[in-house]
Ligand binder design. Sequence first.
Ligand SMILES: [Fe+2]
Ligand SMILES: [Fe+2]
Ligand SMILES: [Fe+2]
Ligand SMILES: [Fe+2]
Length: 416
Amino acid sequence: MKPLEMETKNIEAYFMNWDMMYPKPYDKETTSPFTKTRVILMNGTEFESNWFLHQFARNCNDQDLRREIARVRAQEQQQQKRISCLKPINENMLETTISYEQLAIELTAILAQNEKDINNRNALDFALLEDFDHLYRFSNLLKTDFDIDAKHLVGAYTEIMPARPTISHHRHPLDNVRYPMDSRTADAFSLLVGNIITAAEQQTMNFYMNMAQMYKNHIGRQLFAEIGMVEEEHVTQYESLKDPNCTWLEQWVMHEFTECYLYFSMMNDESDEYIREIWADHYEMECAHLKKAVEMLEKYEGKRAEDVLPSLAFPKLLKFGSNIDYVRKVLKTANYTSKLEEYVNVCDLDANDRFFEYNYFLNNPKSHTASHGVINRTIDKLGRDYRFQVDEHPLDCLRDRMIDNTTLGRTPSDNL
Ligand SMILES: [Fe+2]
Ligand SMILES: [Fe+2]
Ligand SMILES: [Fe+2]
Ligand SMILES: [Fe+2]
């Protein structure tokens, strides 16, 4: 499938009125968990498109081009409005959060298993375990505050159990920046990976930035703030993989191509008929955006789409599904942290490494760390933590449901 060959209307024909922008929400009881994750992914993709075009406009000195950017950007904004209200009124913010972390886990796992670029794959595997642990912490909050089993929300496609404990995720910011790709030599799929995962993690980061203060109790507000800081780390990592040497117009083409790829994947994967129509509608719009971006690239830089995109056709489409075995395999690296561009076993760090200094400064005393407190609170209330496992935990040191592990990936004591 080549999006540039798709028949489209004039871009002016794609504006929506209020009725189109306000959709019928999904039913939170009957809709597939993967429909919810697709909605979050595309909401985040539109957010990224909109904000990228705002940044572009602020760095552009051509009035005609700024007007073209404004027109497409307003359509990205309209698409975002339509998607975000697919979430029903009766889904509370913590239930939505469970879907955010489920998306992070399943999307990361799918991308990692299809990614050939080792640097990208390592980044995905590394953050995968952290979002996996976030799901466990938020699920415990959901159980104690609302008596809701997150297992039903994730549809048993995703296990809920500890991984690298969140308390161990807090690294010095200097250790979250990785090596970038070179878009002249990178694979088409790898470039998409960089764009897709950055937008998805950024959406989660922004969601927690805006939601932390809205939660109904202190421990919940603190948990959103703490995990929000980890999402800042994830965005730092993933955006550093993207090629920093592209021009703004080249990046615009890549953004529109990414939107085309995602909507085409979503419409092929979607189980909800009504929502599939929306993905199909937006796919056509994105093909028109892509043509516009390519037209601007030719006009202002004399380059063709082929100069920017390694392939004009889509690579293998994105398809959601359960990745339980894969996550269990990656769990064996739970005691890793990162140092500059590399991933290292905490047992191999010098005792005076800045990881320990920064992490121990933040978590002092550790009883004030919300991700630890939220599990202790569940153990106090229910006698043990909340989990959903299909089998025994693969790591010995994370099997005890009455003690929250705060040393794995943080001190040299739990060497796997
Ligand atoms: Fe869009
Ligand atoms: Fe997360
Ligand atoms: Fe994340
Ligand atoms: Fe677009």
